[in-house]
Design a protein around this ligand. Structure first.
Ligand code: SF4
Length: 331
């Protein structure tokens, strides 16, 4: 860890002003990812700007009947909020399936969205890595890649986004509210994270000097049937091999609308709009759900060690949709 200065931001405007004045600075809130990065010199800031005391830590009901979640709300507070448990249970379950209780107690919504990939080559600076130094290479593409991407990867990077919460937010059509020198703007959640392409060092579309202030959850009645299914190597404190966020709107046996997003498969939470469109109007049965899995994974391109993820994802989709069709509950 390098030496740095520390300052406590007094307001969002103060934080923005300080971050623009010191481009080598970093914002810190819970610090559950940043401190790991500081320890291995992935980040070497001249200044840490502590935003943890800013007044963007409330959960409020929106006039439309959704929720506006401040960026500094902790993962624990969001997962346990009564409105989240009742109206967006897949979000609550996604959060509770991630990290440990101690980490969730301090990790924030904004920090969760902005966390970096956990690709081991990225954190081990003895290896080259295009995400750290563009053009240096991607050892994961030819190395140990069991945890890596099967969808949307590029020759430059095959990393996956590690968040569970973000998979649920993608399925729920959340909106990310950000503030910067140019004012405030709103970004649809599915457009916030990037695929690696030729710029794997860019995880999101957040501009330099911008700060996440809130996440907006639109109302969605059938989200109450929502399911979050996570498959991993052990049952706690482990990243997803595959995860599925799913919800179905049923009229009798017929699917009126569907939501489907995958985690552990790509550089971003993977919303499958094509599969959702396929499901609309179909009967909610095993054949339909199997076909949905096939369609969602149609373009999968597994690496040397992760071909197992393709079938695992198909079967997980079938299982998640089956549980959603039964009204949701614990997957
Ligand atoms: Fe780096 Fe991405 Fe390759 Fe991992 S997958 S080594 S993060 S370029």
């Amino acid at each position: 860890m390098n030496n740095f200065s520390y300052v406590l931001a007094a307001s969002v405007a103060d934080a923005l002003q300080q971050v623009v004045a010191a481009p080598e600075s970093r914002l810190i809130a819970g610090g559950t990812n940043l401190v790991d990065r500081l320890k291995v010199f992935l980040d070497q800031p001249s200044l840490l700007i502590d935003i943890s005391r800013l007044a963007i830590n409330q959960i409020e009901t929106t006039p439309e009947g959704g929720l506006r979640v401040g960026a500094l709300v902790t993962n624990t507070a969001l997962a346990n909020h009564p409105d989240v448990r009742r109206n967006y249970p897949l979000l609550s379950r996604a959060i509770l399936s991630g990290a440990s209780q101690q980490i969730r107690n301090v990790a924030t919504v904004g920090g969760n969205i902005l966390q970096h990939t956990r690709c081991p080559y990225y954190y081990d600076t003895a290896f080259p890595c295009n995400k750290r130094h563009l053009g240096s290479g991607c050892p994961a593409a030819i190395g140990v890649n069991r945890m890596h991407a099967i969808l949307g990867a590029s020759d430059q990077c095959v990393a996956v986004h590690p968040s569970d919460m973000c998979v649920a937010l993608a399925a729920l059509d959340a909106i990310v509210e950000v503030e910067g020198a140019q004012g405030q703007r709103q970004i649809p959640f599915t457009e916030f994270h990037r695929l690696p392409g030729n710029e794997p060092q860019q995880d999101t579309v957040l501009a330099p000097g911008e700060l996440i202030t809130a996440v907006i959850l639109p109302p969605l009645a059938f989200a109450q049937s929502g399911v979050y299914l996570k498959l991993r190597d052990r049952t706690s404190y482990s990243f997803a091999l595959i995860s599925v966020a799913a919800a179905l709107d049923l009229k009798g046996e017929e699917i009126q609308a569907a939501r489907l997003a995958l985690g552990g498969v790509a550089h971003k939470p993977w919303r499958s709009l094509e599969t959702e469109a396929f499901l609309q109007g179909k009967p909610a049965n095993a054949t339909t759900f199997e076909q949905a899995g096939e369609l969602a994974l149609r373009e999968a391109q597994p690496l040397t060690h992760n071909a197992f993820k393709v079938n695992m994802a198909k079967r997980s989709i079938k299982r998640a949709l089956t549980i959603a069709a039964q009204g949701g509950g614990v997957a």
